[in-house]
Unconditional design. Structure first.
Length: 201
């Protein structure tokens, strides 16, 4: 397991307050989820699976796709507010400003944003996480090094069965996990499932 916590973090630090406030611009859960799905479509995904899993307090959301995946540099860039791996002038892609993922995660979840991703050329899985809960405790803090985490891991070492099984079945792909979905925004797992998770692409 290769840990890359200190890499690329300093350039992210000045954007924490903007990232915390950006979720206020999201209209509702449908808009937030559409942003996540747009990212999968932009990655060329033919299959997008959305599922939820109950935890001790609320529930977690999983968005899985079989798109082209992200390498280590692209994954770190995806976590940076305002960062994007898409051409700014692209007309064929849904989002290019790099604010959709951050805003949507901050709107929907109160715990963590986690991403597992692999490309066709990768033999290992690229993993990144951002601690939304810690960010919101003090958005003016400079303790940004405790908020981000990046690792390169073997697929067999993944401790989340849904993630391990999905990534073993695709050549490339990405799984976005939102931990502790907001009860205020999303309701209970049953309410969310009834309103949102009706079918799979």
């Amino acid at each position: 397991m290769e840990n890359n916590n200190t890499s690329h973090l300093q350039s992210m630090a000045p954007f924490l307050k903007a990232q915390a406030n950006s979720s206020k611009s999201v209209a509702n859960i449908h808009v937030a989820l559409a942003e996540l799905i747009d990212n999968s479509l932009d990655a060329g995904a033919k299959t997008i699976k959305i599922s939820s899993k109950k935890n001790d307090t609320t529930f977690d959301l999983f968005v899985c796709d079989d798109g082209e995946g992200r390498n280590k540099r692209e994954l770190r860039r995806a976590f940076q507010y305002g960062g994007s791996n898409k051409p700014a002038t692209s007309r064929s892609q849904f989002g290019t400003l790099g604010v959709g993922l951050n805003s949507s995660a901050g709107y929907l979840a109160t715990g963590k944003l986690e991403i597992y991703s692999k490309t066709k050329s990768c033999t290992k899985i690229n993993y990144g996480s951002f601690d939304i809960a810690k960010m919101r405790v003090n958005i003016n803090s400079n303790a940004w090094d405790h908020l981000y985490s990046f690792e390169t891991i073997d697929r067999r070492d993944i401790e989340v069965p849904l993630v391990e099984h999905f990534l073993s079945d695709v050549e490339s792909g990405t799984i976005v996990i939102l931990r502790n979905m907001s009860k205020l925004k999303c309701g209970t797992k049953r309410q969310f499932d009834r309103e949102i998770i009706t079918n799979e692409r």
